[in-house]
Ligand binder design. Structure first.
Ligand SMILES: [Zn+2]
Length: 267
């Protein structure tokens, strides 16, 4: 069994065929999917979706792109949402200085506030970092031991973030990017402790080879795991077992509940 540790299943890209997407994931051996929240409204949706769909759990948070929407009211409503058993982590949060969709000060403020919420709620934090590794590393260093765990999602292998991640015992979640021919990381998956490895799709984005450039979906986490297995010189089965064990330890035993049959799925 495989667990997709990061996917945006509430994204409009899945509106036409969400149930079929999950049926294909199930057929591909995906037992559980973590549905990631990106705004307060989206997090309410991911929670409802996970509540209605066996084999799905959710996160609640505000993505760095949306950090300009952060407010005391958003914080209070997220804090309340974190009590829901379907919500297994805070996020995704972090910093993205590539797109700068929100002012950097807003991004840092929303990130730090979500780290504080996670420390209070005792939930792991799913962290997005793009061209902001120094600032992300600083906040992860500061908060990494005050939250139950940090997940460096779609980890791209930068050295600054790796060193801090190692220091705070972070999890390194690899996406389809590791299957791209032009992927030249300074830190390889084999540098990461095996009990800290996760696999994810980040669907609908970052489809792995041979689906690159098309819509990604949770079933393709199989290709991500295959690529990881190749790089670790392990069998796909060993990598599936290892990353699933890691995800259950990280997010909780709720993840042992597997995807149900398609007819009960919300579409
Ligand atoms: Zn994401």
């Amino acid at each position: 069994m495989l667990i997709d540790a990061h996917c945006h299943l509430t994204d409009g890209a899945f509106d036409p065929d969400r149930a079929a997407v999950l049926a294909r994931a199930r057929a591909a051996g995906v037992g559980h999917v973590i549905v990631i929240g990106t705004t307060l409204e989206d997090s309410l949706e991911t929670a409802a979706f996970a509540r209605a769909t066996a084999g799905c759990s959710a996160t609640a948070g505000v993505h760095p792109h949306e950090a300009k929407t952060w407010s005391a009211e958003v914080a209070a409503r997220l804090r309340a949402l974190l009590h829901d058993p379907e919500i297994v982590a805070v996020g995704e949060t972090g910093l993205d200085y590539h797109y700068d969709h929100s002012p950097r000060d807003d991004q840092r403020r929303a990130f730090e506030a979500q780290l504080a919420l996670a420390a209070e709620a005792r939930k792991p934090v799913v962290v997005h970092a793009r061209e902001a590794d120094a600032d992300v590393a600083g906040l992860v260093q500061e908060w990494g031991r005050q939250v139950p765990a940090i997940v460096l999602h779609s980890f791209t292998g930068s050295r600054a973030l790796f060193d801090v991640g190692m220091d705070v015992g972070a999890y390194f979640s690899f996406s389809g990017m590791i299957s791209f021919k032009n992927w030249r990381p300074s830190v390889r998956p084999s540098d990461c402790p095996t009990d800290r490895l996760l696999v994810e799709t980040d669907a609908p984005y970052l489809a792995p080879v041979p689906h690159r450039g098309r819509r990604n979906e949770p079933g393709y986490v199989r290709e991500v795991a295959a690529s990881l297995a190749q790089q670790l010189a392990q069998t796909p089965e060993a990598v599936a077992q290892r990353t699933t064990d890691n995800a259950v330890r990280l997010f909780g035993t709720r993840l042992a509940h597997a995807l149900s049959a398609p007819p009960s799925l919300v579409s």
